[in-house]
Design a protein around this ligand. Structure first.
Ligand code: AQP
Length: 321
């Protein structure tokens, strides 16, 4: 099964990224799976160059620590495969301004800043290129990327109708639980790096004390009845779903064991700390050898270029270049 997915090295990786996307990557890795750190996407928002460089390596270590095996799948850095930027231009001449300006993430992010960059509008096209370059059949992503994936399908179909069959039309795959992990302080909003509220996100490398504090301070409600109900109890349901994602039980079964929010929060904190601990240990070991991480990324880029190059050449030729 040909798979492609990516993650932006903006901010630090959080459990929304892990439960919504990265854990699926680990479970579905195979020799035909391509996973990339999409550093070009990170340029859509303000980020210090030195920080971006550093975080890109942090993400390599985090993905390996989470369980990706470069002997099994291909792991690479987007900007090291120039076909992504080249394909972006071809597809910008297929996508329309109207469809890009209707994207919910664009509207949300643009509304929070003055003078936003053109890249903020067009990055779903870059993402479409990321996917189509690898003829991906499946794209494991969190729920927030559903709209961008639908756009990718439309662009692929339009291209194929206009210029001939070049692209595979992909499908998105969401996890059964935690496709949308919510902010712990504002549980009606997704947990998100660019809206980092200090207590709202759990980062994969948070200390046990930080995790414990954030979960204990998570916003719930006042009626003190433990019930899984997103409509009337979003804060509590977010905690129950998080518990369920780490323990494998259904959120209803977890809810049935508790009478008090405090007890649930205490046990959830313990569960999250214990689940992340082996990953954190492995992260520290891997991050200590930056040379090895960069060498691994270079090998990944070489493998990825071979696949992306041939699809790019076919797309460019079909358009008359
Ligand atoms: N809260 C979330 N719940 C479940 N899945 C999530 N993902 C992101 N947030 C959640 C999934 O993680 C993958 C990588 O995401 P990304 O870093 O490339 O970009 P994003 O979706 O835009 O993530 P953020 O954290 O919200 O970053 P900003 O704030 O920069 O937009 C994707 O598969 C995504 O679905």
């Amino acid at each position: 099964m040909r798979i492609l997915s990516g993650i932006q090295p903006s901010g630090s990786m959080h459990i929304g990224n892990y439960l919504g996307a990265v854990r699926q990557w680990v479970n579905s890795q195979n020799p035909d799976a391509y996973y990339c750190i999409v550093d070009l996407h990170a340029l859509t928002l303000q980020i210090e160059p030195a920080r971006l460089r550093e975080q890109t390596v942090d993400y390599l270590a985090s993905l390996l620590a989470a369980g990706l095996d470069p002997e099994v799948c291909t792991l690479f850095i987007q900007s090291q495969v120039p076909y992504h930027a080249q394909m972006n231009w071809l597809l910008e001449c297929v996508a329309t301004y109207g469809e890009l300006s209707r994207m919910t993430q664009f509207k949300e992010k643009a509304s929070r800043q003055e003078g936003y960059r053109v890249g903020l509008l067009t990055y779903p096209v870059l993402m479409a290129g990321d996917i189509l370059l690898y003829s991906a059949q499946q794209v494991p992503v969190g729920d927030d990327q559903r709209q961008h994936l639908e756009l990718t399908r439309e662009i692929a179909e339009r291209f194929n109708n206009r210029y001939g069959e070049v692209f595979t039309v992909p499908v998105g795959v969401q996890p059964k639980a935690s496709a949308r992990v919510m902010d712990l302080q504002e549980p009606t909003r997704k947990m998100s790096k660019s809206l980092a509220s200090p207590l709202g996100l759990i980062y994969l490398n948070d200390t046990p004390q930080e995790i414990d504090k954030k979960i204990k301070k998570a916003v719930t409600d006042t009626d003190n009845e433990v019930r899984f109900d997103w409509e009337s109890k979003p804060g509590l349901s977010n905690l129950l779903e998080m518990y369920s994602s780490f323990s494998g039980e259904s959120p209803e079964v977890v809810a049935g064991r508790y009478d008090r929010y405090g007890d649930l929060k205490r046990d959830l904190a313990e569960l999250v700390i214990a689940s992340l601990e082996p990953m954190q240990r492995r992260y520290r070991e891997l991050r200590a050898d930056e040379g090895a991480l960069r060498a691994l990324a270079a090998r990944g880029a070489e493998k990825a270029s071979a696949v992306a190059g041939s699809v790019y050449e076919r797309a460019a030729a079909a358009m008359g270049l």
